[in-house]
Design a binder for this molecule. Structure first.
Ligand code: B1M
Length: 207
């Protein structure tokens, strides 16, 4: 029988069948589901985040790791009451209106979820009304916006203005290839260059 801590390596290796088999064995052996998440799945994903940041892992490997981790999560999540799920905060995220690029945003979502955030993913082509409604419904701490086109990144300003007009007290996290720290600062948002940076920034914003 595998130790919970050994699950991390299966995540790092992106070994989805290995995760499914061993998480099921641990569950049958009555291991604590929260420990499976924190000490097994998430600790493996934390290593992935560090390796990605250091350039020792690349996007396809990170996606495989995240898929393996999610397969484990799918097994243990139903065993845990919502209130017991660790959560660092709630983030409403989307690729903004007019923009259909979602590979990078999905990576950011997976890394945020792996880190322990509750993420409400609005998908692509996300409009002001969707952001505002989701922030209200989920009492979000952060609005995350992704844009890959110079023509769509300007829409972020409209989302921020609408949230401010509604009196919503949220922080803004933005990213995507055409953005820069300077542009993001002008928006009143914090810029993250990649998925690991998004996690670090989100943690700092909710600390
Ligand atoms: Co398009 N595309 N594309 N495209 N596409 C780019 C972005 C482009 C730079 C290509 C080029 O011309 N060299 C260019 C934009 C030019 C510009 O505006 N400056 C472009 C264009 C022009 C277009 C179309 C207009 C092409 C056309 O139809 N004439 C069209 C637009 C469609 C639309 O959105 N309305 C279009 C369409 C597409 C596809 C549908 C074919 C496909 C998208 C598929 C999909 O996403 N499901 C596509 C792709 C794949 C690309 C490139 C090749 C790759 C983007 C990508 O996925 N990168 C891209 C060129 C390039 O970037 N090399 C290009 C990998 C991904 C992991 O990185 O998305 O940067 P990235 O995400 C990173 C960071 O940016 C950051 O973290 C991520 C992970 O590390 N990040 C965040 C992202 N969001 C974040 C949010 C955060 C924090 C960090 O906080 C919330």
């Amino acid at each position: 029988m595998l130790n919970i801590a050994d699950l991390g390596q299966f995540v790092i290796d992106g070994n989805e069948p290995g995760i499914i088999e061993n998480v099921n064995l641990l569950v049958e052996a009555k291991a604590d589901p929260i420990a499976i998440i924190n000490e097994g799945l998430l600790s493996g994903m934390n290593v992935v985040g560090e390796k990605f940041k250091a350039g020792d892992m690349f996007v396809p490997e990170v996606l495989m790791a995240a898929r393996a981790m999610n397969a484990g999560m799918d097994i243990v999540k139903p065993l845990i009451a919502d209130k017991d799920m660790p959560s660092l905060g709630t983030i409403v995220i989307g690729t903004v209106k007019g923009d259909l690029h979602d590979i990078g945003k999905n990576l950011v979502v997976m890394m945020l979820e792996s880190a322990g955030f509750k993420v409400i993913d609005l998908g692509i082509d996300a409009k002001v009304e969707q952001f505002v409604a989701a922030v209200k419904e989920h009492n979000a701490d952060i609005v995350g916006m992704s844009a890959m086109l110079t023509t769509t990144m300007t829409y972020m300003q409209e989302v921020i203005k609408a949230c401010q007009d509604e009196g919503l007290t949220v922080q803004y996290l933005v990213g995507g290839a055409p953005l820069s720290p300077a542009y993001s600062e002008k928006l009143g948002a914090i810029y993250a260059a990649d998925a690991s940076g998004a996690v670090d920034t989100a943690k700092a914003l909710t600390a």
